[in-house]
Design a binder for this molecule. Structure first.
Ligand code: SAM
Ligand code: 2KA
Ligand code: SF4
Ligand code: MG
Length: 259
């Protein structure tokens, strides 16, 4: 269900009334494409709006040019329930944890017995019933440099760079939830930064983070791009002892909308 057709894309992302609404870009039923639950039928709820601007963002219309309809939590839950075979719900975006009402949505889904995964960039901590926090901290290679700025106005480079890592938020997420740390890898130069970041997170928390919960995912939004990147990233996973994660939705459907 695409829900981005009628509203002004420039309208505020933040919730403006007491009614429990969320800016939703799309809801759809698919297979979880990434991580340790890859292959599981899941309903995806994609909120709109993000506090970062990765140059490679595969959800451009939730970050660089956010589009959305405001849906009530009732309507979102009804949409989830309409996919009768689904036991898993994935809350993603954009950055779902910028929205206060994401917590209430997760509470309702939890009461209904759904398994919830939250896909997050790890810059914001919230207390919510999250069964799996799939955290994707953003590396320097995600920053929209002037050469890689999709909008070309250089507005976001500094802001993205300042915001992309918050060690306290990462440590709290890891301490509070079953979690995976999933890194988008653009090449072998990313690995020293991943190692350094992991050391900083491990220093900041008493929670053990096993290497099997560290996922390397190839950057790419088309099968063709993954043809160039997936084997490089698979080799890096073996070399460093981390887990490789595919992008099944790209392999199966070439990242078509609502997959
Ligand atoms: C669109 S983001 C939404 C959730 C959250 N903002 C985040 O970044 O984790 C969903 C997932 O797609 C990943 N991703 C985005 N663009 C990608 C690309 N071009 N190649 C591989 N993964 C990408 C993100 O790192 C994240 O794990
Ligand atoms: N099939 C499928 N699996 C996914 N896992 C995480 C996704 C996301 O965009 O957060 C995603 C997505 O967009 N599609
Ligand atoms: S943090 Fe996630 S939604 Fe935001 S720009 Fe990066 S990949 Fe896109
Ligand atoms: Mg996606």
């Amino acid at each position: 269900m695409p829900v981005n057709s009628t509203l002004d894309p420039e309208s505020p992302i933040a919730e403006t009334s007491d009614a429990a609404m969320l800016p939703i870009n799309e809801c759809f039923y698919s297979l979880q494409g990434e991580g340790t639950l890859a292959g599981i039928p899941s309903v995806f709820i994609r909120t709109s709006g993000c506090n970062l601007r990765c140059w490679f963002c595969d959800s451009y219309h939730t970050s660089w040019e956010p589009t959305h309809g405001q849906l009530s939590l009732e309507d979102i839950v009804a949409e989830v329930k309409s996919h009768e075979m689904a036991e898993h719900v994935v809350l993603t975006g954009g950055e779902p944890l910028i929205h206060d009402h994401s917590v209430e949505l997760l509470e309702r889904l939890n009461e209904l017995g759904y398994h919830t995964t939250v896909e997050t960039n790890g810059t914001i901590y919230r207390d919510a019933p999250i069964d799996l926090a799939r955290i994707s901290p953003k590396l320097a290679s995600s920053t929209p440099t002037p050469e890689k700025d999709p909008k070309g106005d250089r507005e976001w480079s500094d802001r993205h760079e300042e915001r992309r890592i918050d060690i306290d938020a990462l440590a709290r997420l890891v301490e509070s939830y079953d979690s995976q740390l999933k890194f988008v890898v653009t090449g072998e130069d990313d690995l020293p930064e991943i190692e350094d970041l992991l050391a900083r997170i491990r220093d900041a928390t008493a929670t053990t983070i096993p290497d099997s919960d560290i996922l390397l995912m190839p950057e790419g939004t088309t099968r063709e791009q993954l043809d160039d990147s997936r084997n490089i990233v698979a080799d890096l996973a073996m070399e460093y002892g981390y887990r490789y994660t595919p992008r099944l939705h790209v392999d199966l459907w070439n990242d078509a909308p609502a997959t």
